[in-house]
Each structure stands twice: as C-alpha cells, then as structure tokens.
Ligand binder design. Structure first.
Ligand code: ADP
Ligand code: MG
Length: 301
C-alpha cells in the first residue's frame, strides 16, 4: 500500500515510528506536511498538490495533525476524503475530539462516565456554575487546550470566581469541572485502535502538580485495566468516530470517568513504557480496513 502520514515533521517520534512500521510491513510510506499542501477544491475532481507535485495513488492517510494547525490540517484531510482515500481518523471525528465541550456532550449522551462538568456564557452565572460542580477545589479548562496547557486548578471558590472572570475577560471559553481528588494526580491513557485497547499506561503527575501529562513532567508506568475501563475507552473512541485514539480516564469513587479523547495520541511514552509495537498495530488496522471509498463521511462534515 501507499500510505501518507500527514505530519509537519518526519523527525517526530510518532511520525517516524509510523513510517518505520509501514515500511517494515512492506508498504510505501511518505510524510506529507499538510501546511505545504494546496488544493483545488472545485467539485468535479478534488485534487491536492504538494509543492509542484499532484498527490495521487494513496491507499491510506494517517493524520497526525497538531492542535495548532487544526483548521488547515483538517481541510487537507477532508480533501483526501473527497478523493476517496481511506483516512485512519476522519476530519469530522478529529474536529469533535478537538473541542472538549462538544466531545464531552457526545460522550454524555451515550452514558459514558465523566467528571461533573459545567459550562456557561454569562458572568452572572459564575457562582451557580461553581455550585453545580460541588464547589472548590475544581478544575478549569480552556475548550481547546492540549498537553496540560490551559488546565487550571482553583482551590477555593473565590479563586475559581476570579479565574473564571479573568478568562471571560479574555473571551476564552472554559469548562468548569469537578476535581477528582481520589485519582491522586494519576490518570490512565488507553491507546485504542479499532475495537481494542492496544496499550495502556498510568501517568503520575510530578510533585506539587495535579496534571499528569508527560509534557508537564509526569511519569509513566504500564497498568492493567479493569474490564470496565477497557470498555469505557473503546466505547468513547467509537462514539467520537475515531479508529485510533488516546482515551484519558481517571479512577474515581464512582468508577472510570473520561476526561478527554485525543485523536493524535503520542506514541513515544506509551511504546516505551509498555514495550508494545503500537505503530505496528496501527498499520495492521489499516491493512485490514483501508479500501478506496471506505471513508464514512467523504468530506461531508
Ligand atoms: P489536556 O488536553 O491539556 O491534556 P486534560 O483535560 O487531559 O487536558 O487535563 C490534563 C491533566 O490534568 C489530566 O491528565 C489530569 O491529570 C489532570 N486533570 C484534568 N481534569 C481533572 C479532573 N477533573 N480531576 C482531576 N485531575 C484532572
Ligand atoms: Mg490530556
């Protein structure tokens, strides 16, 4: 097969591993920087150009689109979908996962457990929103943050009110969320491919920090999931329509709660700590599923 990996940099660990895994299995793999693509979006025959070259003949696309280039990256991916190329994760599904509010609403509809989460527009509601999530300590999140940036803990109601008002002043949209203290600064990253959890790790925040993101200095260890955690992760990925996802779960007193679902999960931390060949599993999934025109939305969303 001829596989395109949409990524800004071939030297990133995850990009590199996907290329390596694809070539190891006898496929042609090519890294394409979506920002260097330009498109003819007219209806008759969708086309994509990369520098001078017209991109043709791809059997599958693996999108690795960073949060900072979501808008253009998804436009390029949608164009591949319109051309009938199979995409591991489709643009609509990635778009859903990038918006924490939208994805939590979708998960909630289907009964996935999550921390009590509130959202409001008007400053008049600040106090009520804080009460809804049972008061401080609570967590405030920028709607489109990633890697722990934009996630803030407020230890008192007063602090929560000031931070909410400050964010409002900046016209930033934020979620207000119950703080799951019993998770003890630890969360679980489940790497889902298709209908299986291929690897899972426990991430623990460094001292004095509640965010367990590896980018925030968290440490990782392999973990055995409970059947409930496993099925929660798989269902969450499916509800958002992602074939490949990193589902983040907290162990709460009332069972597993999902915090977020990432559509371009990093492979380094999880491969290193579990010694699993996640990139290889992703390529195998594509081998089984990639067929021309099998894209579900065909760029419709
Ligand atoms: P990001 O997209 O920036 O990774 P997350 O929602 O995943 O944002 O939050 C980052 C980290 O903060 C999580 O991995 C977790 O360790 C911690 N965290 C987030 N929400 C909660 C919460 N409601 N209760 C306890 N810890 C939380
Ligand atoms: Mg996260």
């Amino acid at each position: 097969m001829k596989i395109a990996i949409l990524s800004r940099s071939p030297s990133l660990y995850s990009t590199n591993r996907l290329v390596e895994a694809a070539r190891f299995k006898g496929h042609e793999a090519r890294v394409i920087n979506p920002l260097k693509c330009y498109m003819n979006i007219t209806a008759h025959r969708p086309e994509i150009y990369y520098r001078q070259e017209k991109l043709e003949g791809f059997d599958a696309v693996i999108p690795r689109i960073g949060a900072s280039i979501t808008f253009y990256g998804l436009a390029v991916l949608r164009q591949f979908e319109m051309m009938g190329v199979y995409c591991l994760n489709e643009s609509v599904a990635i778009g859903r996962s990038r918006d924490k509010l939208r994805s939590l609403q979708l998960l909630s509809r289907k009964g996935i457990g999550m921390p009590i989460t509130a959202f409001a527009h008007s400053p008049d509601d600040t106090r009520n929103v804080i009460d809804l999530v049972k008061g401080a300590p609570l967590v405030l999140k920028l709607l489109e943050g990633t890697q722990g940036v934009g996630v803030v803990m407020a230890e008192t109601n007063k602090a929560a009110e000031s931070v909410i008002e400050a964010f409002r002043g900046l016209h930033a949209n934020i979620l207000v969320q119950e703080f799951i203290a019993e998770a003890g600064g630890t969360d679980i990253r489940c790497l889902v491919v298709g209908d299986r959890v291929m690897a899972a790790m426990k991430r623990t925040a460094k001292d004095g920090e509640f965010r367990s993101n590896l980018h925030r200095g968290g440490s990782a260890a392999a973990i055995k999931l409970t059947p409930e955690e496993r099925s929660t992760a798989i269902r969450s990925a499916r509800i958002l329509g992602l074939n490949c996802a990193g589902v983040d779960i907290l162990r709460s007193n009332h069972g597993p709660v999902v915090m977020e679902v990432n559509s371009s999960p990093g492979l380094r931390g999880i491969e290193e700590c579990t010694s699993k060949d996640v990139a290889g599993r992703i390529i195998e999934f594509i081998e089984k599923n990639a067929k021309p025109g099998k894209t579900k939305t065909k760029g419709k969303g």
